[in-house]
Design a binder for this molecule. Structure first.
Ligand code: NAD
Length: 287
């Protein structure tokens, strides 16, 4: 293998350590930090994600509040719970675990969150701040990717980046973050209708793949020495795999994130960072 493996596990531990220090500093000043999760139904994968978020929050010294509604909860029930959490002073950040059951509107639920308590950084107000390059909670997975790049001192300025995927959760925000002033990559956004993805990828110094398609990116697609960030999380018979053929691409790339242990751990770490930042802002307003 020629590629350096970019360990999200390692970077996430650093971020969680920083968060724990900030939580402790607030505690010294009499301010607790609280993260609430809203889960609707009993989807097994969502339950695991939520449980991991609570564990990580508690390890960082935060209070964690677990709200679960039945799978047949109404949109009004979900939104009135969110409004109750908006008013709760003990809660600094909250997430609504997506996707919601099919009869519910996840976008409307996210819209009900007070943007100041939006730990996932997915409220349209906060996505607007991202577009304007103003500070605010940023989408957790993309900001985790940016932290991996900065931790490993990967140069972005003047580099060409191809982002595969255009979801509001990952693809669009990471494309925006890579192109912003100070980061200065030249970004092309690819998606399911992009023709000849392989020849486009071959031009990229940095590849971010967030498509949810195992085996989408192979060794022949990647420029030698490129940095490859694999966001894909696909449960297969072989276990959890990304969108990139890791073993083969690692022979060509200069650096690559593994799955698991790459981008995945960064998402929770970023969510905690958004929550402690929200607590600091609220403490400053009060104090
Ligand atoms: P999504 O389904 O909302 O979006 C997928 C995107 O990929 C779409 O924009 C689509 O146009 C594009 N796409 C699909 N097939 C393609 C193809 N053949 N060629 C080019 N583009 C293609 O998914 P999402 O929410 O953005 O998530 C993407 C993947 O990342 C999933 O595997 C998801 O599980 C994973 N994910 C991981 C984390 C994490 O913490 N590691 C967080 C969020 C998402």
């Amino acid at each position: 293998m020629t590629a350096k493996v970019l360990s999200g596990r390692e970077v996430a531990a650093v971020v969680r350590g920083e968060v724990a220090e900030r939580v402790a500093a607030l505690a010294d000043d009499g301010k607790t930090v609280g993260l609430a999760t809203v889960l609707v139904g009993d989807d097994p994968a969502s339950k695991i994600y939520v449980r991991n978020k609570h564990k990580a929050a508690e390890r960082a010294g935060m209070l964690s509040f677990d709200y679960t509604l039945p799978a047949d909860a109404s949109q009004e029930q979900v939104e009135s719970l969110i409004e109750q959490l908006n008013r709760d002073d003990q809660i600094d950040g909250m997430i609504v675990q997506l996707p919601l059951p099919g009869h519910l509107d996840g976008s409307r639920a996210v819209l009900a969150i007070d943007p100041a308590k939006d730990a996932d950084g997915l409220h349209p107000y906060n996505l607007g701040l991202l577009v304007l390059d103003e500070p605010g909670p940023q989408p957790a997975t993309p900001s985790g990717i940016m932290r991996i790049l900065s931790y490993y001192e990967i140069a972005t300025s003047g580099k060409s980046a191809v982002v595969v995927g255009r979801s509001f959760l990952v693809g669009r925000p990471i494309a925006m973050m890579l192109a912003k002033k100070g980061v200065d990559a030249t970004v092309t956004q690819a998606h399911s209708r992009t023709p000849e993805l392989g020849s486009l990828l071959a031009t990229a110094d940095i590849v971010v793949v967030a498509a949810g398609r195992p085996g989408l990116v192979n060794a022949g697609d990647v420029k030698p020495g490129a940095v490859v960030i694999d966001v894909g999380t696909n449960r297969t018979d072989d276990g959890l795999v990304g969108d990139v053929d890791f073993a083969a691409v690692a022979e060509v790339a200069g650096a690559i994130t593994p799955v698991p242990g790459g981008v995945g751990p960064m998402t929770i770490a970023s969510l905690l960072a958004n929550t402690v930042a929200a607590a600091e802002r609220s403490h400053m307003r009060e104090g």
